[in-house]
Ligand binder design. Structure first.
Ligand SMILES: [Zn+2]
Length: 432
């Protein structure tokens, strides 16, 4: 472990020290130490030749972006007169362009059942000088009302006889898209002809994209265990199956690392993703808290692979890694370092943000109090070796009394799966 930590932290001196320890204890225990010796020799040679070992530089995009964005948001909230540049409807979307970057805090979503029908209401922080009740139209939606609800809140209301499914997502921080899902299915009055036409024009970001979904653990490895013997391996498998069906309906090619309750070695999970030339790799897990914190810790978190050292990331990584760190070899270590290139880290980070945001959005339709554990980076071995953007989702804490009950509820599982699917859609819409 110490040796691996040194490799991850790029601490050459510690790495060499630990190699020496591995060799000396290995000799005493009569273990094969040739790999460590050749590794150490390499360093000795390099030092003799006075070759400088370039440290692997990995910027931390999260911190930089966060600081920048939060500063901008603060400036904007002070002055949001006519912060909205334009509002228009296109296909099954309403597109709102802001003058400066905005965040999810700018939006409040609510659903209502009025006399006139079902309503999906979006209250958006900002003002728009052309707000007009008859401006927007989407086929299959009875009415869309846009109005300046208060001087600082623009309201966009979707109304229909059927309960519409609407979602929202951001593009480049300045564009907000409200999308009506499966319009053709939601409206029975639409004729077959129009259905055909609607299918053609509907933009499907996932068409022919390949997604490999990995339900964590399985078989003898039950994962985390919650009250009443609730197993992580069961929850993650059920959510994965819903996710598979949603993504297939949207035109994705989907492969699962396990299609039943069986044990798979961690490294074989990413091998499948590479074989199938997946566009993204999504590993699904549930979290566990220490005994002393089971009543406190709950909420959804999404992780992407990086050598991050935050205490929280380390703790979660240690839990998810435990079964495989023992088997770590020199080649796995190499694969880890190779998988850490900047474009892939950035893409994985973006995918994490979209998935996290949409999971919260869909689950909060059922339970308003779902906690946002945030997007985090960490050294997860299950993501090591994946040659594509990859994320690890912690659906919630199976150790938390309330959340573990929710995690076993099929309605909540479907909401989680729908959120992940919407996040994946949103990612591919922006990164085709
Ligand atoms: Zn797990």
């Amino acid at each position: 472990m110490e040796y691996l930590k040194a490799v991850l932290n790029n601490d050459k001196a510690k790495e060499i020290d630990n190699l020496k320890i591995l060799i000396s204890t290995g000799k005493k225990l009569n273990k094969n130490i040739s790999k460590y010796e050749s590794e150490l020799n390499k360093y000795n040679k390099e030092n003799k030749k006075h070759i400088k070992i370039e440290p692997i530089k990995i910027e931390e995009p999260k911190k930089i972006e966060k600081a920048k964005i939060s500063k901008k948001i603060k400036e904007d909230t002070d002055n949001y007169k006519y912060t909205i540049k334009s509002v228009e409807s296109r296909n099954n979307m309403v597109i709102i362009d802001f003058k400066s970057p905005v965040s999810k805090n700018f939006i409040k979503f609510s659903e209502e059942k009025a006399k006139s029908g079902f309503q999906d209401i979006y209250d958006i922080k900002g003002s728009f000088k052309d707000a007009h009740p008859t401006k927007l139209k989407i086929d299959g939606v009875k009415q869309i009302v846009i109005k300046q609800e208060t001087p600082t809140t623009l309201r966009i209301l979707f109304e229909d006889n059927k309960n519409l499914k609407t979602i929202y997502f951001f593009v480049n921080n300045k564009r907000l898209i409200l999308k009506v899902l499966d319009v053709e299915k939601e409206n029975k009055t639409t004729t077959n002809k129009i259905v055909k036409k609607a299918k053609k024009v509907q933009y499907r970001p996932g068409l022919n994209k390949v997604v490999v979904i990995d339900a964590g653990h399985g078989g003898k490895d039950v994962g985390a265990v919650g009250p009443n013997k609730r197993y992580e391996k069961i929850v993650v498998f059920e959510v994965t199956k819903y996710l598979e069906s949603y993504l297939k309906k949207r035109g994705y090619k989907v492969y699962l690392t396990r299609n039943k309750d069986r044990f798979i070695k961690v490294r074989n999970r990413t091998i499948l993703a590479n074989e199938k030339k997946a566009d993204i790799f999504v590993s699904v897990h549930a979290n566990a808290a220490h005994k002393s914190k089971v009543n406190k810790l709950n909420g959804i978190e999404t992780f992407f692979l990086s050598p991050a050292r935050s205490e929280r990331a380390k703790r979660v990584a240690a839990k998810e890694n435990s079964s495989d760190v023992r088997n770590m070899s020199g080649s796995t270590k190499k694969a880890f370092l190779e998988s850490l290139n900047r474009p892939r880290i950035t893409a994985s980070h973006k995918l994490s943000i979209d998935i996290q945001r949409n999971m919260l959005f869909s689950t909060r339709k059922i339970h308003k109090d779902v906690i946002d554990g945030g997007v985090r980076e960490g050294p997860f071995w299950v993501l090591v070796g994946a040659q594509m953007p990859s994320v690890l989702i912690e659906l919630g804490y199976i150790t938390h009394p309330k959340e573990s009950k929710r995690l076993y509820n099929s309605k909540y599982q479907k909401a989680l799966a729908e959120g992940i699917a919407n996040g994946i859609d949103s990612y591919f819409l922006k990164n085709p």
